[in-house]
Write a protein of this length. Structure first.
Length: 495
């Protein structure tokens, strides 16, 4: 604890964002380049080095947060990078994309703004790359055993890196043409520039991990053939079966799933296409769904030049402060948060029908109506109470030339035939069934991440990958020294 009074003398200061008018004209990350390092050491000083650090329990990775806060406050970047990478393979991903449940569990957050844990984590990760503290770590010797990891999202990449470093020969199979899963084509460039992803992939290649892109297991290669080739198979295929909106007019042209829309914008940034065929340019856009994916669509539509953008959230607007009765510390509270995309939409007044930040809260979609050409023209909505019951007299229509459905995901996609070919048992909610050791009902086949847990956060995905890697290593060798931060049955802290 470098400064015992830091939490009393230093106010919270977050990584500043670039001006709205500047950042909406490009796809670069929203934060001011170079503005984090001058403030992060003092922010790390605010950590109280608690006797019982609840931030550990709030983070499924078990990140050693007080330790690397202290090291950052002393500007010992090498030691901080070592402590951070001891529990997290990809801290630059979580430092940018995780909603930081660790900060909700910060003891300081009981009566003050929490330590900026997420910003400190990001600063350590970036400094580690700048100073050469993240070199490839190939194994000293090979085990002679091979593992197939299907899926290259954060779960698959974390598992593959752990297993490669343990000495196994690992091949990662990815259905898309590039590695990264939803981090590649689902996360907009302004939230995480893909250079962050590319350098980790190159690190993994240098360690010995092999990658097979544009390969759909179950179609391009039979699942049984893959089992024959490898000593173990780990399924990290994500939960990509999106939820539908079954209302009249859904068949109209111009209504798309968010994950049909976002990948095209990312392909523009990758240089694959000049313009997205679903571009929001000049259109009245309505996003149905109030979560992070909806916010990603919002920021993307603003950058594409939409005429207006409105986001519908079926839940009531949350308060600015934690409700200590229903969501006591250290649980992650549902409070009003202003993402970069909402800040942009509010500043630009993109949604005349909504309040300051483009969101309509407690709003439920009733139906869509269109013109003679069969394209959507209006979305009809109604306000709802806390039980989602319509409130009489609150119905209205808003213009909609492009509707994006961001309603979440129900489980892994079954269309490629992988689940059926393997004969995998499923849970009632559609996720892959597994035991306490991440093993499915098929010998030698394991499952991790959203495909088995259900839709979750990136920090849980990485924790699943690390824990599943330990289970696979134990299956192959009889024991494992790899860390296993969680079990399949761990869940976020709740009341």
């Amino acid at each position: 604890m470098a400064d015992p009074k830091g939490f009393m003398t230093t106010p919270r200061q977050d990584w500043p964002r670039r001006p709205v008018e500047e950042r909406v004209r490009d796809w670069d990350e929203v934060y001011v380049p170079g503005a984090l390092l001058p403030i992060v050491s003092k922010q790390a000083d605010r950590c109280m080095d608690c006797g019982i650090p609840f931030c550990h329990d709030a983070c499924p990775l078990g990140n050693l947060i007080p330790e690397w806060n202290d090291l950052v406050s002393r500007e010992d970047w090498r030691a901080a990078a070592d402590r951070l990478h001891a529990t997290n393979n990809f801290p630059e991903f979580t430092g940018r994309l995780c909603p930081a449940p660790c900060e909700a569990g910060c003891v300081l957050a009981i009566n003050q703004p929490a330590v900026t844990i997420k910003n400190v984590e990001c600063a350590i990760a970036d400094r580690a790359w700048e100073l050469g503290f993240a070199p490839p770590r190939p194994p000293d010797r090979l085990s002679g055993r091979t593992v197939a990891v299907i899926g290259s999202g954060p779960t698959g990449l974390a598992a593959a890196q752990q297993l490669t470093r343990a000495g196994h020969t690992v091949a990662v199979y990815e259905k898309d043409d590039r590695i990264g899963g939803l981090m590649r084509y689902g996360i907009p460039e302004f939230k995480m520039e893909k250079a962050q992803l590319e350098r980790r992939i190159e690190q993994m290649r240098a360690e010995g991990t092999r990658f097979r892109t544009s390969t759909v297991v179950g179609r391009d290669i039979a699942a049984d053939e893959l089992r024959t080739r490898h000593d173990a198979v780990l399924l990290a295929i994500g939960a990509t079966a999106w939820r539908e909106l079954d209302v009249p007019g859904r068949e109209l042209a111009g209504i798309h799933q968010a994950m049909e829309y976002l990948p095209l914008a990312n392909r523009v940034c990758e240089g694959d296409i000049q313009a997205s065929p679903m571009s929001a340019a000049g259109k009245h856009v309505v996003i149905v769904g109030g979560g992070d994916t909806g916010a990603d669509c919002l920021g993307t539509a603003v950058r594409e030049g939409a005429a207006s953008v409105t986001q519908l959230d079926i839940y009531a607007q949350p308060g600015a402060e934690r409700d200590d009765d229903s969501e006591p510390w250290p649980t992650y509270p549902r409070i009003y948060r202003l993402s970069a995309a909402h800040e942009e939409a509010g500043a630009l007044r993109t949604a005349p029908a909504a309040d300051a930040d483009a969101r309509l809260f407690a709003a439920s979609t009733l139906r869509f109506t269109g013109g003679a050409e069969g394209r959507v023209r209006s979305l009809h909505l109604v306000e709802v109470d806390s039980s989602r019951r319509p409130l009489p007299g609150t119905g209205r229509a808003i213009p909609a030339d492009l509707v994006l459905l961001a309603l979440g995901f129900s489980g892994p996609d079954r269309q490629d035939g992988l689940i059926g070919q393997l004969g995998l048992a499923l849970e009632p909610r559609g996720t892959i069934a597994r035991d306490a050791g991440f093993a499915t009902n098929v010998p030698g086949v394991f499952a991790a991440g959203d495909a088995a847990r259900g839709q979750s956060l990136i920090v849980w995905a990485i924790a699943e990958g690390r824990a599943a890697a330990a289970a696979v290593d134990r299956h192959l060798t009889g024991s494992s020294r790899l860390p296993a931060p969680i079990s399949p049955y761990h869940r976020p802290m709740t009341v």
